[in-house]
Design a protein around this ligand. Structure first.
Ligand code: 13P
Length: 251
């Protein structure tokens, strides 16, 4: 049985003071909950205050991106080790906003995934099709290319524990959610593809989150699907009450 994992991707929201306050209020709301893994992914500038706020709780810390090199002349970049020493366990990689606005290719995502795993961080690797790709009925091809691209250099041992997030681009921040049937169909497809790459045992234990306008009102139905093992939450993660509602829907 896969334990559900709900992660908040705060994107470029909340300064370091606001972040500490939000994290504290989330910790208060979810303190008794043991059945779901909860991860907060604030901006880099807020990792420290959020790390402080979640100390001693079951809530884990994640970042939204990282560079693939260990250190060096990469102005503006952050390494896996910097994230680890701030207490991060997770890092979101290959988010569609990074792919679209910062030209992250499957090759770049793969380099980051490899570096994260080598360093001991758990990647949350995002895949998903655009509206045009869905209309052209090439969703599965696109997702297959992204999954293969991100993990092609990994051994099964290295891949183990990695989290995948299926985020249809057309559902992100739009209020349009994939129906539970649409999401389940792609999740099942991803799991089968992982089985082809790494074997069915690993595919069965891999957690695949859904992301894209997930809210307390639609979370329960999505999370009830056989292959949906959690959520990667944007907008609704910025409100402690809504985030709590989604976490409770995962119980
Ligand atoms: P929204 O929940 O705001 O649609 O964002 C989803 C997302 O991109 C999480 O990574």
């Amino acid at each position: 049985m896969r334990k559900k994992i709900i992660a908040g991707n705060w994107k470029m929201n909340k300064n370091h003071t606001e972040s500490g306050t939000l994290a504290q209020s989330i910790v208060e709301k979810v303190s008794g909950i043991r059945g779901v893994d909860v991860v907060l992914c604030p901006p880099f500038t807020s990792l420290s205050p959020v790390g402080e706020a979640i100390k001693g709780s079951t809530v884990a810390l994640g970042a939204q991106n990282m560079h693939w090199e260990k250190e060096g002349a990469y102005t503006g970049e952050i390494s896996a080790n910097m994230l680890l020493t701030l207490g991060c366990q997770f890092v979101i990689l290959g988010h569609s906003e990074r792919r679209a606005y910062f030209h992250e290719s499957d090759e770049i995502v793969a380099k980051k995934v490899n570096a994260a795993i080598q360093a001991g961080l758990t990647p949350i690797v995002c895949v998903g099709e655009t509206r045009e790709e869905r209309e052209k009925e090439i969703t599965k091809e696109v997702v297959k290319r992204q999954v293969t691209g991100a993990f092609r250099e990994l051994t099964a041992d290295e891949f183990e524990g990695t989290v995948i997030a299926y985020e249809p681009v057309w559902a992100i921040g739009t209020g349009l959610t994939a129906t539970s049937e649409q999401a389940q169909e792609v999740h099942e497809f991803i799991r089968r593809h992982i089985a082809g790459m790494f074997g069915s045992d690993l595919a069965e234990s891999t957690r695949i989150q859904y992301g894209g306008s997930m809210k307390p009102g639609n979370a329960r139905e999505l999370l009830a699907q056989a292959d949906i093992d959690g959520g990667l939450i944007g907008g609704a993660a910025l409100d402690a009450g809504s985030f709590e509602g989604i976490i409770r829907a995962a119980l």
